[in-house]
Design a protein around this ligand. Sequence first.
Ligand SMILES: Cc1cc2nc3c(=O)[nH]c(=O)nc-3n(C[C@H](O)[C@H](O)[C@H](O)COP(=O)(O)OP(=O)(O)OC[C@H]3O[C@@H](n4cnc5c(N)ncnc54)[C@H](O)[C@@H]3O)c2cc1C
Length: 810
Amino acid sequence: MPQDIPAEASAVIVGGGVAGLSVAYHLAKQGWRDVVLLERRQIACGTTWHAAGLIRSNIGSATLSRIAMASQPLFKELEAATGQATGFKQNGSLGIADNADRWEEHRRAYSFAKALGVEAHLVDAAEAGRLWPFLETGDLLGALWYPTDGQVNPLDYAQALAKGARQLGVRIVEGATATGVRAARGRAAGVETDAGTISAPVIVNAAGMWAREFGRLAGAALPVQACEHFYVVTEPIAGLPTTLPVLRDMDGCAYYKEDAGKLLLGAFEPKAKPWAVDGIPEDFCFDELPEDFDHFAPILEHAARRVPVMGRIGLRKFFNGPEGFTPDQRYYLGETAELAGFYALAGFNSIGIQSAAGAGKALAEWIEAGEMPFDLAAVDVQRAQPFQAERDFLVPRVSEALGLLYAMHWPYRQFETSRDAVLSPLHAETTALGACFGEVAGFERPNWYAKPGQAPTYAYSYGRPNWFENARDEHLATRQAAGIFDQSSFGQFDVEGPDALALLEQLSANRIDVAPGRIVYTQWLNRRGGIEADLTVARRAEDAFTVTTGAAVRRRDLTRLMRYAAGFPNVRVRDASAERAVIGVMGPAARELLTPLAEIDLAPGAFRFARTAAAEVGGVACRLSRITYVGELGWEIACAADDAPRLWRALVAAGRPLGAVPAGMHAMDSLRLEKGYRHWGHDVSPEDDPFEAGLDFVVKLDKPADFVGRDALTARRDRPPARRLTAFRLQDPAPLLFGHEPILRVGEPVGWITSAAYGHSLGAAIGLGYVTGPAAGADERFEIEVAGVGHAAAASLRPLHDPANGHMRA
Ligand SMILES: Cc1cc2nc3c(=O)[nH]c(=O)nc-3n(C[C@H](O)[C@H](O)[C@H](O)COP(=O)(O)OP(=O)(O)OC[C@H]3O[C@@H](n4cnc5c(N)ncnc54)[C@H](O)[C@@H]3O)c2cc1C
C-alpha cells in the first residue's frame, strides 16, 4: 500500500525496532525537526516484539555496560512522558556458579561492577536459594547478585518509544520499505523507498537482522546474520512470586524470568542455528520460526536438575525467533567507513532491549556532533571488515558467537570458526616455528611460539595460561638479546603530493614538518581534544609520508585520513598495508644482528632514534624505521610482501647465534606495558585527551599549522587534568590482571585497569588505568581489586621499566 512520505527529511531512520525508535526519539529530543522513521511493516515486528526483555548493567565490557546503564533511566522517563507503561521492574538478577572457573568469573565481574558503580553482591548458596526459591543450590559455590537489574516488556517499551518520538515530532511511516540509498559527492543524500524518494543528509541503518542487506544498498559492509533464538514458557506455577529476580545459569546455557505467573526459560546453546542465510522472507512480520525440541532438549534436561519444577511442569509455549548476531558479539554503532552520513545501529547479539536507549542516545549525539560523544571504540562500526560480511565467514562465526555469550569468558579466548581469513605473508614461516595465532580484525598474528613438542594451542585459565612461560621467554629474550616480531598486520598508508604535509599537519597534534627521514609519533584528535588515533608518521621525502597504525584500527584511521584528504586538491592517499610486510627486530642485540645484513650504517650516530631510511637488508629492498613499541633498541623493517619470507629467514638465522628469538604479540603487549606505551581502544580513546593520557610531550600547541582539537586543548592547557593515565604494578607476584579490575585509592574506586599483562622483567602483573582526582604520588599505595580481593600496587606516572629513560612513550 503506497505511503505518504515527505520529499525531504533532516534524517531518515530505517527500521522500527527498539534501535531505530531510540535514535529517532533521541534526535528529536536534541531538537532535530523533520526526522522520518521508515518501517517496512509494523513497529517492532522484526526481533523486538518477542524478546525476553532482560535488563542488566554489567555486560563485561566498559562500553557495553556504560551504554546499558545509560538505558535504564529512559524506561521511567518514557512512562512519565507518554503514559505508556514499559513493564520495567527491578527485581534484580542472580548469576550462579557451580564450578571454580565460573565462580572466579563472577568474582571478577563483581569487582568490575564496583568500578562501574553498579551495586553487586557475592552471596553464598543459602542466600542464592533465598533469593530464588525454586533453585537447586546443593552444588553451588556462590552467586553474583545485582539488585538493580530487572526486566521490561519489549513490545510496550517499543510502543512507548514510538509514542514519545511522535510526541517530539518524528514522522513514523509504517508499511514503507527502504529500497535504495542515494549518495552525492561521497555523502549520503537520500533514501529510495517503495513509496518514493526522501532526500536527507543523514541515514541510519537500524534494520536489525536486515542490516547487512540494507547496508549493501549503500555499499557498506555490515556483518550481521540472523540466528534462531529460543525460549520456552511453562504452565502457571503456583506460588511463583512476581518479584522473582532473573536467574542466569551460564553453565546450563540458560536464563529464567518470571512471566505472568509462569517461568520463561531461554537458551544460549553452544552451537546456534543460523537462519535465513539466503535472505529473510519478504513477508516476515511478527513471525515465529518452527520449534526444535531436539535442539532445546539438552537445555531442558539441565534445567530440570537446576530448577526441579521445570521437570514437573508442562510447557505452554515453545518460542523460536530470529535475532541478528555479529562476528565479535558486539553491535555496530556509528558512521560507516564506506559512506559519510550513513550510520549504523544494528546487530545487537541479544542485548538490544537493554542497550537500545543508551545506544540510540549515543548515536544521536554522534550524529549531532559529527564525532563520538564518548569512548565507543568497542562498538564502532568501522571495525567491521568487508570480508566479514561474506557468507562463508559470517555464517559459521555467528553460530559460534551466540553460544560464547554464556560460555566462559576466558581471557585471550580465540574464536574457533572462520579463521585464516587474512594471513600474513610470513604465515608459513611463523607456523613452521611453532606460532600459535590470534585473530585481530580477521588478521592472523603469532601470539606466542610453542616449544618443541608443545602444541601451539590455547588452554584457557584465569590462572597462568599454558603459554605463560613461552611469552616470558620471548619477552626476556627481547630485553636481553632481540625479539623478531611479525608486525605485518600493521596498517601502512602512503600520503604523497604537494598537500600531503598540510593534510597531516591538520590531523596531527604533533609537528609533522620535520626533516625528511624523521618519524613523528602523534595523535589525531577530535574537536573536543579526544584521541581518535595514535600512530606514527614517517617523512620519507619533502612531500611523501607513510602513516603506520595498528591492525584493529586500520580501516578507521584510513577513513579519517581519506575524509580529511578530500579537502585538499593535491594529495594522494594509498593503502599499502596488504602489499607490505613489517618485521620488527627489537632488543639490545638488534644492531649486531642487522649490521652484517643491512646495506646501511646502523651505528648510533649514523642511524638515530625516530629516523627512517631505505636500504637493502639480506638482499631485500626495505625501509628501516628506528622506532619501538617495546622500549628497546630496534628497527621496524618494511618490505614487499613477496620478499618477506626471504627476509624473515635471513633475520631468524642471523639472530640465532645472538640469542634472538621469534616473539609474539603476547610478549609485545607485556613489553609495551612495562614501558607504559598506550594502546588505542584500551588506554586512549576519543574520550581521553593527551593531557589525561600523559601524552602532552607530543602535543605541539604552538606549531605553525592549526590542527583539529587545538582549541579545546589550548582552553584546558593550564588546568590539571581531572584524571590521569597511571601505571600500576602489583606487589604480590601471583595474581594476574586482564583489564577491567577496579583501582582503589584508600579503598574507594577511582578508575579501572584499561589494559594489563604480566610484566616479566618486573616479576608481577602490571596495568594502565585512569585515576580520577589528584595525580598519584610517587610513594602512594593503591590497591587493584582482583576477584573481590584488593592487592597492593605501586603507582607511577613514569614507565615501570627503565623509568629514568623517557616518557611512557619514548
Ligand atoms: C528470543 C529472544 C530473546 C531476547 N531476549 C532479550 C533480552 O532478554 N534482553 C535484550 O536486551 N535483548 C533480547 N533480545 C534481543 C532483542 O530483541 C534485539 O536485540 C532487539 O529487539 C533488536 O532491535 P532492532 O531494532 O535492532 O531490530 P528489529 O526489532 O528487528 O527492528 C528492525 C526493523 O527494521 C525493519 N526493516 C528492515 N529492513 C527495512 C527496510 N529496508 N525498510 C524499512 N524497514 C526495514 C524491520 O521490519 C524491523 O522491524 C532477544 C531476542 C530474541 C530473539
